[in-house]
Write a protein that binds this ligand. Sequence first.
Ligand SMILES: Nc1nc2c(ncn2[C@@H]2O[C@H](COP(=O)(O)OP(=O)(O)OP(=O)(O)O)[C@@H](O)[C@H]2O)c(=O)[nH]1
Ligand SMILES: [Mg+2]
Ligand SMILES: [Zn+2]
Length: 311
Amino acid sequence: MPAEEPAEENGTGIVLEAVGGLYRVRLADGTEVQALLRGRVKRTVRTGDRVVPGDRVMTSRIGTEPGFVVEEVLPRTNELARAGSGPSKPKVVVANLDRCVVVLAAMDPPFREETADRFLAFSESAGIPPVLVLNKLDLPGARDAVREATGLYQRIGYQVVGSSVRTGEGMEALAQVVLSGISAFVGPSGVGKSTLLNVLDPSLELRTAAVGNRGGRGGKHTTVSARLLPLSSGGWVADTPGFSDLTVWGVDLRDISSAFPEFELPAQGCRFRGCSHIHEPDCGVKDALESGGIGPTRYQSYRSMREELAR
Ligand SMILES: Nc1nc2c(ncn2[C@@H]2O[C@H](COP(=O)(O)OP(=O)(O)OP(=O)(O)O)[C@@H](O)[C@H]2O)c(=O)[nH]1
Ligand SMILES: [Mg+2]
Ligand SMILES: [Zn+2]
């Protein structure tokens, strides 16, 4: 008698959610099934590599509940991780993202370049291309508050979408951004991530912090565990708790300079290999800073992130 039931039917799928050892998997034909982990996958999971939303898996049908097992987890293209507490390893929360939509408000909360730089750099260092959304452009003075930053990030090569859920500005462009693949919306609390998503797809009914409405028009869904939500347009959005607070991100910052793409070319002119671009002589990055090729706010963000890492 084999320890595990023989497979009847195989299929690839994508993990949408993990709840109590049970995995909700969307199969290639569009059906959603519940699956358990096959014994050997479970053993891998015990060594620390969890199966998370976004994982692409091989499944097979079994004759007993819940009807399917995950046979194999396919290699990931990237992962978003949260720092473990104390010395424990970073915890992967979601895998195989096609982009990070970094949302900041032009005001309320006030726009800060360094906050934008941190979210962009974390996305870069995870190997996930970011798109920058500058929201709440309807507020008086908002456009002026982000005019310079918009140019700065566009020159670096980032797509920047200015938006407002009040006027609808930028919503068409944002819909295009998330049209296919898996997107994670990240950014500080209160910038409008959930509100934007609810406009993109009202059926999501995500909870938002509505001001001037004491009863709250909060939706049904509070994020407790990471999951992938379908957008009516065909894309997926990773609903991940706790990604508005960067201190909890478990991303390795040792190679932080590569997370600032515009540093790459100037850094080839550095005299020393592994130049930190802080105190070394003949530094291509500092030269570019002097000549205006690298923006002072970007360099300042880089320095402050490095200092934090060194502590
Ligand atoms: N004026 C204005 N207010 C907006 C806009 N988008 C969102 N808001 C408001 O900003 C507040 C915060 O929005 P949320 O969508 O809850 O923010 P969030 O980024 O999801 O915040 P967390 O879930 O805490 O991370 C709410 O009161 C929204 O109504 C906008 O384009 N213009
Ligand atoms: Mg939210
Ligand atoms: Zn240098």
